[in-house]
Design a protein around this ligand. Structure first.
Ligand code: CA
Length: 236
């Protein structure tokens, strides 16, 4: 027994998102034996819901999932969370593919993997997360604007703004990068996701809608400014 105070120790909570029942059950059993609290999801949509409701300390995410694939899910989670994510892939060819993408995952494990290897990676990531004290941002604010990232609500001078899901994500992305110019392509990629096939006009339209809601004078925007030929910037 170590000299740590049991009352101060909390079991780390792991969310396991995997559609193959045998893999899921085996992993969950072994993680529980290793003293983790485990919650499971069998498809991407359920995984996203649980990730948001349960605030896990770590997520093990299978790449190929029904409803919402692992890559899209990872991207969505990364919009408002720094939770450590380990991605499971079925083949090394998939590994090659995701290596070329900026997925936001912290680590990858190729199936079939040894339990010992996965558990070692889980421990390492949790240790690192604790050391970094990766606090998840729950609020973004600038001047009269405040975004509550957990409740997904936006306020301007205390009164709530009616933003669509996309407008909220777009504003959050801009506010996170306050003072920096974000290109239309980058915004398309980060807010709409990899597999979104659209043109950059989509971004312009959403920026216009957003300005109607957050600017004093939408025709002379002061919060979201246009940087000609490049993109948009959220002003400090
Ligand atoms: Ca799968």
């Amino acid at each position: 027994m170590s000299a740590e105070y049991p009352a101060l120790k909390r079991m780390s909570k792991i969310l396991l998102i995997e559609d193959e029942a045998t893999v899921r059950d085996t992993l969950a059993l072994n993680l529980r034996n290793d003293n983790y609290e485990v919650i499971v999801a069998s498809d991407g949509a359920e995984g996203l819901r649980l990730a948001r409701e349960q605030s896990p300390d770590l997520i093990i995410l299978d790449l190929m999932l029904p409803e919402l694939d692992g890559l899209s899910l990872c991207r969505m989670l990364r919009r408002d969370s720094n939770v450590p994510i380990i991605m499971l892939t079925a083949r090394s060819t998939e590994m090659d593919r995701i290596n070329g993408l900026e997925t936001g995952a912290d680590d990858y494990v190729v199936k079939p993997f040894s339990l010992g290897e996965l558990l070692a990676r889980v421990r390492a990531l949790l240790r690192r997360a604790k050391a970094n004290n990766r606090a998840v941002a729950t609020k973004l604010s600038s001047g009269e604007l405040t975004l509550d990232l957990i409740a997904r609500r936006a306020y301007r001078n205390q009164s709530e703004l009616k933003l669509t899901h996309r407008e909220f994500d777009l504003l959050a992305e801009l506010m996170r990068n306050q003072g920096a110019v974000l290109s239309r392509d980058l915004l398309l990629n980060r807010v709409w996701g990899y597999d979104y096939v659209g043109d950059s006009h989509t971004v312009d339209v959403h920026i216009r809608w957003l300005r109607e809601k957050i600017e004093e004078d939408p025709s002379a925007p002061k919060r979201i400014t246009t940087v000609r030929g490049v993109g948009y910037r959220f002003e400090n």
